[in-house]
Design a protein around this ligand. Structure first.
Ligand code: NAI
Length: 785
């Protein structure tokens, strides 16, 4: 027997497995699972096995949900929804509290079941996942309680289809279900085929507490089942998973009016500056990429280290790597568990091999792997070229890349050199430097001197191709509510529709360019690339010519908008001043604009200009007031929720109210720091192009507002497809809306397709416009020892 001194010298310790008897007995008793629909488990249909990836042993059989199962579940959710929404928030809160308590009662059971099904270490499921699950239920019980006060006038979306992945099975269920229920929605949830078991255990809890039937429905199955849910009669789809499937879902839901949130992949930077606490940063890597087998969408999988400390950091990283314990996930001292299944393991192996073939050098600790089961030795790559596959593609395994940088600017450039934008982790003892980089990194979540911290009180979600929408906190609640829906107003009177400006359709067809037919790009009037203009017709009479814009004009406008990046960095106060000035200059020309609208046959021209002026003052006022929050999350943490501009936005304006509709969309976007490429009302674009003088005299920097005239839907398509346009608003017909949503999948831009409305009224202005003109960056700053 070793002496105590010997033990302390080697720090060796024996196995400490968590007992799994209770869970195994439960699985044995259930044997084969049906779906949970309308408050009961259905008779099992066609089944597949859920496997323990650490051993390869089957755990249970679950049913493969068909389109008919999905339809039954959606009907049940639909039937239950009005009753659930009608309950006072306090009553819904009580149900959420009951679920929270029952989850807490079964914490150990759920953690063991999760670890068996997913392969993650019990330390993660027991100490992180399940407590967070309970926290989400408690937190959202609170939102249910306060719903009417906090979200006045808002309504639940209706029936929500939710599709979740295998990396945090129960936690993703909680992230999805809790805001939905709190807001008064009902749910059909499809867990991942690799990890359905904790969702089924959760269904048992719902049945046990007597949750009203139909409020939660759980249908198991694979991608086919998921696709059936996307196609079903639901009002919203919330999806977490791969970017590829996210794109398919965006396409499938285009034009359906289904609300959509996508939480997709990432390739998150982990930036270590020379003055960082290097040991803490090394532990950060353990948490960010190894401890969870790298199977986290926000894993800090690209480690960027400042050159002067790179050798030291790599040495310490290697030393820590050698000490990691890989093996039985149920063992309480295991650091790295199993990969979720053989397919994922193979995917990791292939990507790693390809990375090596492309010249990257893999560092792995030796001799750690169990002989059976789906395990992959954790490690990191050096010598990685930026174009190497492992630099670009999400590996979703316990392997990071390690590269160096010299200056903070280079760190930011490398950090942002990715299609994704889910998260970032920044390590420096210099708070000034850390926050400066946090502000410049394009990511939805930024952790300073920390990594992978989550809380129900803070939002989580990505920029760019990491998706759109947020989960958690107030931001997450918004995704499950709809505002007072303004009454849709028919767009414009017949004869003033898009068709008119298209070549050949106007009275004279495209005319050679006229000196007056100019667009506004980069702060200057520009002739259209086509060299053609179209006749603007009012009451059967030609009142002027407008440029017939094309793809090239849009591309030039996007480029000009990008060059005007300084607008986004200006303070809210600076932007407010320009907008006040703009409002004043528009007032000075009120009569002239009213006359112009009148001659174009626009109804209520004087009202339209007067309201447009007030709107300009309103958004000037908001420019330095629409701001973020400091969330109450973990102790010794400040969690800042900062609304940030998207960057360059595309805006396709309604045909109705050609001046007011244009300004109602463009002003909130620029008030928040965006630069805009706007397509004005095709039937009366002169109302918008006339504004160039107002813009010029108001000191609006060139490129902040760019106006391209022409056929709205053709131009909108180019904007929707443009990868350098980060967000797009479209106000037009349903066909155009479908087109914009379907064409925006390239860079997965956030889109807002809004119906034409009474622009004179309350629906034409407000905080909702500002909320949609921004995306929230959540920055976590720990303090204290
Ligand atoms: P996946 O995106 O295929 O699966 C996620 C969920 O979507 C599962 O429930 C699946 O059944 C469902 N699904 C699949 N195809 C669908 C469709 N056409 N319509 C509706 N639902 C569908 O992800 P998969 O294949 O499990 O993993 C592949 C890669 O995706 C991983 O290697 C990783 O890179 C990434 N991933 C990212 C996650 C994240 O949290 N962002 C989570 C899981 C995977």
């Amino acid at each position: 027997m070793p002496t105590v001194t010997e033990i302390l010298e080697t720090m060796e310790y024996g196995p400490a497995p968590e007992a799994s008897g209770e869970v195994m007995a439960w699985l044995k008793a259930r044997g084969t699972f049906g779906h949970y629909i309308d408050g009961v488990f259905t008779k099992p249909g066609k089944t597949f096995e859920s496997i323990n990836p650490a051993t390869g042993a089957p755990l249970a059989k679950v049913s493969h949900g068909s389109a008919a199962d999905i339809a039954t579940a959606v009907r049940s959710a639909r039937a239950a929804q009005p009753g659930w929404a009608k309950l006072p928030g306090h009553e819904r809160a009580k149900w959420l509290y009951a679920l929270a308590r029952h989850i807490q009662k079964r914490e150990r059971f759920l953690a063991v079941l999760e670890t068996l099904d997913n392969g993650k270490p019990i330390r993660e499921s027991r100490d992180i996942d399940v407590p967070l699950v309970a926290r989400h239920f408690y937190h959202h019980a609170g939102w249910a309680e306060m719903l009417e006060d906090e979200f006045p006038g808002m309504k639940p979306v209706g029936v929500c289809g939710q599709i979740i992945p295998w990396n945090f099975p129960l936690l993703m269920l909680a992230w999805k279900i809790t805001p939905a229920l709190a807001a008064g929605n009902t749910v059909v949830l499809k867990p991942a085929e690799q990890t359905p078991l904790t969702a089924l255990a959760f269904a048992e809890i719902c049945a046990e507490i007597g949750l009203p039937k139909g409020v939660i429905n759980i249908v198991t199955g694979d991608g086919e089942t998921g696709a059936a849910l996307v196609a079903a009669d639901v009002d919203k789809i919330a999806f977490t998973g791969s970017t590829e499937v996210g794109r398919a879902i965006r396409k499938a839901t285009a034009g359906t009016g289904k609300k959509l949130t996508l939480e997709l992949g990432g390739k998150s930077p982990f930036v270590v500056f020379a003055d960082a606490d290097l040991d803490a940063a090394v532990e950060g890597v353990v948490d960010a990429i190894w401890f969870n087998q790298g199977q986290v969408c926000c894993a800090g999988s690209r480690i960027l280290v400042q050159e002067s400390v790179a050798a030291t950091f790599q040495k310490r990283l290697s030393a820590r790597l050698a000490k990691l314990r890989v093996g039985d996930p149920l063992d309480k001292s295991t650091d790295v568990g199993a990969i979720v299944d053989a397919t994922q393991l193979q995917r990791i192996r292939d990507l790693v091999a390809e990375g090596q073939a492309q010249g990257a050098v893999l560092h792995q600790a030796e001799g750690q792997l169990p002989s059976a089961g789906c395990f992959f030795a954790p490690g990191f790559f050096t010598n990685v070229a930026p174009a190497n596959i492992v630099s670009e593609v999400e590996i979703f395994g316990p392997v990071a890349t390690l590269t160096t940088f010299r200056t903070p600017d280079e760190a930011v450039e490398l950090a942002n050199n990715t299609r994704y934008g889910l998260a970032a982790s920044i390590w420096s003892e210099n708070i000034n430097l850390a926050l400066d980089v946090a502000s410049k990194v394009k990511a939805g979540v930024v952790w300073v001197n920390s990594t992978n911290i989550f809380d129900a009180g803070a939002g989580f979600g990505g920029y760019r191709e990491s998706g759109f929408g947020r989960e958690g906190g107030r931001e997450g609640m918004h995704e499950y509510l709809t505002g007072p829906v303004p009454r849709a107003k028919p767009e414009a009177e017949p004869g003033r529709l898009d068709a008119a400006p298209v070549p050949g359709a106007a009275s004279k067809g495209p005319a050679p360019i006229d000196r007056t037919a100019k667009m506004y790009i980069g702060g200057a009037q520009k002739r259209p690339d086509s060299g053609y203009s179209y006749a603007v017709i009012a009451k059967g009479r030609e009142i002027g010519l407008a440029g017939l814009g094309n793809r090239k004009d849009i591309r030039n406008a996007v480029e000009a908008a990008h060059k005007a990046g300084g607008w986004g960095k200006a303070t809210g106060h600076n932007r407010a001043q320009v907008l006040y000035y703009l409002a004043e200059n528009l007032s000075a020309r009120e009569a002239e604009f009213a006359q112009r609208l009148k001659s174009a046959g626009v109804p209520k021209p004087a009202d339209e200009v007067a309201t447009a002026i007030r709107r300009a003052f309103y958004y000037a006022a908001q420019a330095d007031k629409f701001d973020g929050a400091v969330h109450s999350t973990k102790s010794a943490h400040v969690t800042l929720a900062m609304p940030e501009a998207f960057g360059v936005m595309g805006v396709a304006c309604p045909d109705d109210a050609p001046l007011l509709g244009f300004l109602s969309l463009v002003l909130p976007a620029i008030a928040m720091g965006n630069r805009v490429v706007a397509i004005p009302a095709p039937s009366m674009p002169l109302a918008a192009t006339d504004l160039y003088q107002v813009f010029d005299t108001s000191d609006l920097p060139g490129g902040v507002v760019n106006i391209v005239t022409g056929a709205r839907d053709e131009l909108a398509k180019t904007l929707a497809q443009h990868d350098d346009v980060a967000a797009m608003w479209y106000c037009g017909g349903p066909d155009g809306a479908r087109m914009v949503e379907a064409e925006s999948t390239g860079n997965l831009k956030a889109t807002w397709c809004l119906a034409n409305r009474d622009w004179h009224g309350a629906a034409g202005q407000g905080r909702d416009f500002l909320r949609r003109a921004t995306q929230i960056k959540n920055i976590w700053v720990p303090y204290g020892e």
